[in-house]
Structures are given as structure tokens and as C-alpha cells.
Write a protein that binds this ligand. Structure first.
Ligand code: HEM
Length: 486
């Protein structure tokens, strides 16, 4: 009886200690200790979070274990949070990462180190051709390698997952490592697998439990351990590539991101920049980040493209007709064609909207007390920008849940981009690879449509319901890619 009384007392004390702070955003009732973790559907978290906004408003709160988080929904709340001022510019620390990875790189660093590394990465990507002809040729060459692989199958059903990842990753490889890999290369295949598996596991309930209760979870087995092993292995692969570069590095002739970074390390050796971090550990982490953020995202968007084109053959035929009229079959597409291909451009944007590959963006954290949506949010609270709530908002899109390229066309058939199209998020942390991704999506997609027609294998329906993770991906599928020359 005394034991029961003590337990009840402890539970009441816990409820009082962790109750929703006054003037904090509203949200669902939560359980002592675990909060809302077990009442959320982690196989569909982005839709679950969007539905909660209908009940609690555009700015609401949830409790993940002992910690509060705030979810921003709708374009106004996201703009207010991400683009007005610096109060959300930082990222929270996640034990799942910090236990295995150094506090370095771009995606999860803050303050001076983040600014310095982000700026360096942006400038270096630009130097190596993002937005320029040289990179355009690498993308088109990569398409030709991939096209050869696909043509061999003569329109029979194939799973293009690995091929697409290989092709997109090779573009990042050329920028960071200065070379591409053959598709069957063992190191490359291993890298691909690791980068696919990591984000899948990160969206799971295991990852949330680890971040909420690190002291307990560190002692337990489970998929969180796999995530950490994967990340350790990727980091080792990056370090191997850096060591290879050091063997024949010529400072006056940088070949790629790694060479430029090695130069930067030299430049900073004598500078008194105590807060900055240009060293080999950070080079490995920055390469890890660029690779991780830049391959699976773009490749998954293209896999959605195959499915949507197979599902809507009339839209596919219209894209092909536009490409045939503007580019024809005798030359490869170029970025300059984009302005003359408004329908194709609209289809690419609609694939990105419906594919919604980064549905909850990446988490941010308040760096000081801030007012959002009329509520006061203290310093140190994790904030999730729910991109799904914006890209499927019934007040912003004519047919939010239906594939409709018309969302991106005006009455004269010209391409328009509504403000609610934010797959790359917004504000100071906006996707660093947006320009690269947009280039890859345009060139790969138009090249595919110029050379192939996609259809589902006989008797198979395209499944458009996604599989949730940090990246929203299609369930594994086979597709027929028939050469248009046949
Ligand atoms: C961050 C989306 C491709 C590099 C992000 C964020 C989103 C996003 C939503 C989070 C922004 C925020 O925190 O508010 C996408 C999509 C892509 C794509 C949809 C493709 C279709 C790429 C590529 C690269 C890249 C190709 C590589 C060069 C990064 C980096 C960050 C980031 C480094 C972290 C930026 C920072 O913390 O400052 N991306 N991304 N992304 N992305 Fe992308």
C-alpha cells in the first residue's frame, strides 16, 4: 500500500514538474515520463503531425520523453519561424549522433563553425561548377552511363533504386572526391547501402527513444546501434579518401572539394581563429554531410518521378511531346532549355511537391526566448518545421492530394512557383544543395523523358503511399523503362 502511494506521488510530482509551461503552444495530453512518444504514429509521422495542427493550430507542442518540442505548420508560421530573425538558426544536439560523430560538419553544427563551413562549402561547390557548363556535362555523361545499364534490360521490369542512387552519388563523388565510381565498385556499393539505411532508421521510434532517454538506451541493443555503426563506417570511408588525396595533393591545382579543403587547412594553420575549425576531422565530417544530404534526397525524388510518370501516362506523353518539340532527339538537354519547357518544369516541381522527400525538414532549436504564433517559446526548445503541412495545404493548392502539374502553370501555360513550394525549407539553414539538386533533377528527368517511357509491369499498380523515414521514399518497386528508339 505504501509502495502504491509512493508511485502515485512520484507520478503526480513528475506530471507537475513537466507540465506544459504557461503561454506555451497547446498540444495533446501527454503521459508522464514518455510524453507523446507512444501516441504518435512513427510509420506516418508527417501526416500525424499535420493532422494535429487541425486540432491545436499552426503552432503546437508535443513532449518527446522528458523534452518539449514545438511543431510549426502552414506557410505563415514557417516563414515567421525560419525567415524572420535568427532565433531558430541553430540545430539541437541529438545523442544518437553526438555519441558517435564529432560535433563538426555543416548539418549539425552551430555558431561560427557552422557559418564558416557552410560558406566554404557553398563557394567550393560553385567553384566546381554548380550552375556551370562543366557540371552540366558531368550530369549528362552520368545519364549516359545509367542509360546503358537500363537499356540492357530491354523494357523488362527492373528495380532502379541502386542505379539511380549510384548515378546521383557519382555527381557528389565527382565534386568531393574528384572522380566517379564504376557502378559495381565494392566501396561504392557499400557507401550507397550505408547512406540508404541510415536515414531509414533515423525516422524510427528507436531513434526517438534514444534521443529522449540516452542514458537508458545506450545500455540496450536495438536498431539505434546499427545507425551508429553505419555512421562510424561512413566516416572511416571518408577518411580513407582524404588520405588517398594527401598522397598526390597539389595545392596550386585543386581537383575537388577535398583538395580545396586541404588548402584551407594550410591557410588557417597560422591564423588565430580559435572558434573556427579547418582540420581533417572537420573535412571528413563535411564530406559525410554533403554526401549524406545530397545523394538519397535527389535520387529518391527521381524514383518518385518514375512512379508518377508510370501512373499518369498522359502526363508523361505530354512531357515527351514538349521535349521532342524543343530539344528533339539529336542532342542532349541543357539547362538553357528549362525556360522553353514550362510543362516539363511544372511536372518536375509537382513530383517534388507530391514526393515531399524531406517531410519534416531538419530540426531547429530556439537560441533565445521567442514569440511564435502568439506563444512564448523558451530558449533551447526543439522546433520542427512541418514542410508537409505547407506542401499539402488545402488553402494553398487547388488539388493538394492529387498529382496536378497545373499547380505550377498560369492561365497562359507559363511556369509559376507558388510561395508554398518549400521542399528545400527556408531561411538561413535552407538546403545548401538546392541549386545542385535543381540542376540534377532537371537534367536527369528531361534526359529520361527524351530516351525512355516508364510503365508499371503488367498487372502491377504504382504504389504512391510512401515509407516514412527522415526521407520519405517509395516502397521497393520494379518498373519497365522502354527505350523510345525501339
Ligand atoms: C539541408 C532538402 C538536396 C545539402 C536540407 C534541408 C532540407 C533539404 C529540407 C533542411 C533545411 C532546414 O534545416 O530548414 C533537400 C531536398 C533535396 C536536397 C528536397 C533534393 C531534392 C541536397 C543536395 C545537397 C544538400 C544535392 C548537397 C550538396 C544539404 C545540406 C543541408 C541541407 C549540407 C544542411 C544545411 C545547414 O544545416 O546549413 N536539405 N536537399 N541537399 N541540405 Fe538538402
Amino acid at each position: 500500500c505504501l509502495l502504491l502511494f509512493t508511485v502515485v506521488l512520484l507520478v503526480i510530482a513528475e506530471c507537475l514538474r513537466t507540465r506544459r509551461p504557461s503561454s506555451f503552444p497547446p498540444g495533446p495530453w501527454n503521459f508522464p515520463l514518455v510524453g507523446n512518444i507512444f501516441s504518435l504514429d512513427f510509420s506516418n509521422l508527417h501526416t500525424d503531425m499535420t493532422k494535429l495542427a487541425e486540432k491545436y493550430g499552426d503552432v503546437y507542442s508535443l513532449k518527446m520523453g522528458p523534452s518539449w518540442i514545438v511543431v510549426l505548420n502552414g506557410i505563415d508560421a514557417l516563414q515567421e519561424g525560419l525567415t524572420k530573425g535568427d532565433h531558430l538558426v541553430d540545430r539541437p544536439a541529438f545523442p544518437l549522433h553526438t555519441d558517435v560523430l564529432p560535433d563538426l560538419g555543416i548539418i549539425f553544427t552551430n555558431g561560427h563553425v557552422w557559418k564558416q563551413q557552410r560558406q566554404f562549402a557553398l563557394l567550393t561547390l560553385k567553384y566546381f561548377g554548380v550552375g556551370k557548363k562543366s557540371l552540366e556535362s558531368s550530369i549528362l555523361d552520368e545519364f549516359m552511363y545509367m542509360s546503358k545499364e537500363i537499356t540492357v534490360h530491354k523494357g523488362k521490369p527492373i528495380d532502379l533504386h541502386l542505379t539511380m542512387n549510384n548515378a546521383v552519388s557519382n555527381i557528389i563523388c565527382s565534386l568531393i572526391f574528384g572522380h566517379r565510381f564504376e557502378y559495381g565498385d565494392e566501396t561504392f556499393m557499400r557507401l550507397m547501402k550505408l547512406f540508404v539505411r541510415g536515414p531509414q532508421l533515423e525516422g524510427s521510434i528507436w531513434a526517438q527513444l534514444y534521443n529522449a532517454f540516452p542514458a537508458l538506451m545506450r545500455r540496450l541493443p536495438g536498431p539505434h546501434r546499427t545507425v551508429q555503426t553505419l555512421y562510424g563506417e561512413i566516416l572511416d570511408l571518408m577518411k580513407t579518401e582524404i588520405n588517398k588525396h594527401k598522397e598526390d595533393w597539389n595545392p596550386s591545382d585543386p581537383r575537388d572539394f577535398i583538395d580545396c579543403y586541404l588548402n584551407e587547412i594550410e591557410k588557417h594553420r597560422d591564423k588565430k581563429d580559435e572558434d573556427g575549425r579547418f582540420d581533417e576531422d572537420n573535412l571528413a565530417m563535411c564530406s559525410f554531410d554533403l554526401f549524406g544530404a545530397g545523394s538519397e534526397t535527389t535520387a529518391t525524388t527521381l524514383r518518385w518521378a518514375f512512379l508518377y510518370m508510370a501512373k499518369y501516362p498522359e502526363i508523361q506523353a505530354k512531357v515527351q511531346a514538349e521535349i521532342d518539340g524543343v530539344i528533339g532527339q539529336s542532342r542532349q538537354p541543357s539547362m538553357e532549355d528549362r525556360a522553353n519547357l514550362p510543362y516539363t518544369d511544372a511536372v518536375i516541381h509537382e513530383i517534388q511537391r507530391m514526393g515531399n522527400v524531406v517531410p519534416l525538414s531538419l530540426p531547429h532549436v530556439t537560441i533565445k526566448e521567442v514569440q511564435l504564433g502568439g506563444y512564448t517559446i523558451p530558449k533551447g526548445i526543439t522546433v520542427i518545421p512541418n514542410l508537409t503541412s505547407v506542401m499539402f495545404d488545402k488553402n494553398e493548392w487547388e488539388t493538394p492530394n492529387t498529382f496536378n502539374p497545373g499547380h505550377f502553370l498560369n492561365e497562359e501555360g507559363k511556369f509559376v512557383k507558388p510561395a508554398a513550394f518549400i521542399p528545400f525549407s527556408a531561411g538561413k539553414r535552407v538546403c545548401l544543395g538546392e541549386n545542385l539538386a535543381r540542376m540534377e533533377l532537371f537534367l536527369f528527368f528531361t534526359s529520361f523523358m527524351q530516351r525512355f517511357t516508364f510503365s508499371m509491369p503488367p498487372g502491377v499498380e504504382a504504389v504512391l503511399k510512401p515509407r516514412f523515414g527522415v526521407i520519405l521514399s517509395p516502397k521497393p518497386f520494379e518498373i519497365c523503362a522502354t527505350s523510345r528508339e525501339e
